[in-house]
Design a protein around this ligand. Structure first.
Ligand SMILES: [Zn+2]
Ligand SMILES: [Zn+2]
Length: 435
């Protein structure tokens, strides 16, 4: 058994020079979708591989290392090279082949290449070319500048498979620099008053983006133990981060050390005894969900900074338009409003049922320290936000009507999920967890 991603045993040898245009393929059928939703994940039959599968498969192309997209159990992994360190730190021991962004690889009867998605370090859109057709699966993406990863690259395609985590008109992000200015001034004021600044954010991606973007001259920076391995992977990949010390290096009696400090911690640390060592502190949460006043209130922090690694509503629209795709398939997030908007634009639009989250619940679960009793409450809190924001106001099967494979292969029981959540408006989050 080789470790090559494309070691399939083809009845005919369709191996192609990736630099050449795809030749005629006798198995090619124009009426078949290049990517379909199967119980294991999004499947490309012409290449016999899956994209971000949630059940174990032979060949998995991974868009990025967040835990709802990159899971253990696949035989072969293919991912973008800049994300290799992070992926291996999260999934040690996997059989991983990497591609530089834009590098072309023949996989089955297709040619696959990976293109920057601007979401986190190493995040990639998957471009699949087969018999003259091009499909692109976005994974998670954002268009806003981020010093810790390559900028989103618009890729022309016939069909674009897009996320829609924040696919509602209420989601519009301020320029990132103004958000970081806000974080800096909150930290500066706390430091002047001798109070620690504890900033909760997801340990992979958001934490490094914050570290790379704040004014490190304000004071010392510390991080929680869940953040440190990711910092290391980013540094190994060549992403410059300011000096950051582990909170656990400091003796508990030396809490004066924290009075001028910024402390970056995962959401699962909120409410835990771990915070006691900081004495007097102010806390804040950095997330796109902080756009919702209800989410801010329920987080119970002093400050909410609206900072997301996902595209906001205008960015989703411009990213989709830039692909020039005539057909768009929505995977997760606010699916129905996005499909409606796409159809209003005259595009063919549908949805795939997937198990991708919004990184909130996934990250919280991954960050939760064993035995951390606060993690459960945090997770369900996050999950309720996810469910509300999904805004499926029609049955997923109806949405997926054009994607008959999605409907046919929808995992059992999904039709019974609560799908009639009201569209979230600011301040309208229900207090109860819908689960
Ligand atoms: Zn993600
Ligand atoms: Zn995701």
């Amino acid at each position: 058994m080789t470790s090559a991603f494309d070691d399939q045993d083809h009845e005919q040898d369709h191996a192609q020079d990736p630099e050449q245009p795809v030749k005629h393929d006798p198995t090619h059928d124009d009426t078949q979708d290049l990517v379909v939703a199967r119980p294991e994940g999004l499947y490309c039959a012409a290449g016999d591989f899956y994209i971000d599968p949630w059940r174990p498969v032979e060949r998995a192309v991974i868009t990025h290392a967040h835990s709802d997209h990159a899971r253990f159990g696949h035989r072969h992994y293919l991912a973008a090279r800049p994300g290799a360190n992070v992926l291996l730190s999260r999934l040690p021991g996997i059989t991983l082949q990497t591609l530089a962004y834009g590098e072309r690889l023949a996989v089955g009867n297709t040619v696959v290449s990976l293109h920057p998605a601007g979401h986190v370090l190493g995040s990639a859109q998957v471009r699949i070319e087969h018999a003259g057709r091009v499909w692109v699966a976005s994974g998670d993406y954002k268009l806003d500048p981020d010093p810790t990863c390559e900028a989103f690259e618009p890729v022309r395609c016939d069909t674009f498979i897009t996320e829609s985590t924040f696919g509602l008109p209420i989601y519009r992000w301020d320029p990132p620099q103004s958000v970081f200015d806000g974080i800096d001034s909150w930290w500066r004021r706390n430091a002047a008053e001798g109070r620690a600044s504890v900033l909760f954010c997801y340990s992979f991606g958001k934490a490094q983006r914050v570290l790379a973007s704040v004014d490190a001259g304000i004071g010392p920076i510390f991080c929680h133990g869940a953040v440190e391995p990711l910092n290391r992977a980013y540094r190994e990949a060549g992403v410059p981060l300011p000096p950051v010390r582990l909170v656990s290096e400091i003796e508990r009696k030396d809490k004066a050390m924290f009075r001028q400090a910024l402390i970056v911690a995962p959401p699962s640390a909120q409410g835990s005894a771990w915070l006691k060592r900081f004495g007097d502190y102010s806390d804040a949460f950095a997330s796109g969900w902080m756009r919702l006043r209800g989410a801010r209130r329920r987080r119970g922090v002093d400050r909410g900074f609206v900072l997301s690694d996902h595209a906001d509503w205008p960015s989703l629209q411009s990213a989709i338009q830039a692909t020039q795709a005539r057909r768009v398939i929505v995977t997760h997030g606010s699916v129905e409003p996005m499909v409606r908007w796409l159809r209003e634009q005259g595009l063919e639009a549908g949805a795939f049922e997937t198990q991708y989250g919004d990184d909130t619940d996934a990250a919280d679960a991954a960050d939760a320290a064993p035995g951390d009793a606060t993690a459960t409450a945090q997770d369900s809190d996050a999950a309720s936000q996810v469910l509300v924001a999904k805004d499926h106001d029609g049955p997923p099967q109806a949405l997926a009507a054009k994607d008959s494979d999605a409907a046919r292969h929808a995992p059992a029981g999904q039709a019974d999920e609560p799908v009639a959540q009201p569209a979230p408006r600011d301040d309208s989050l229900p207090g109860a967890n819908p689960r």
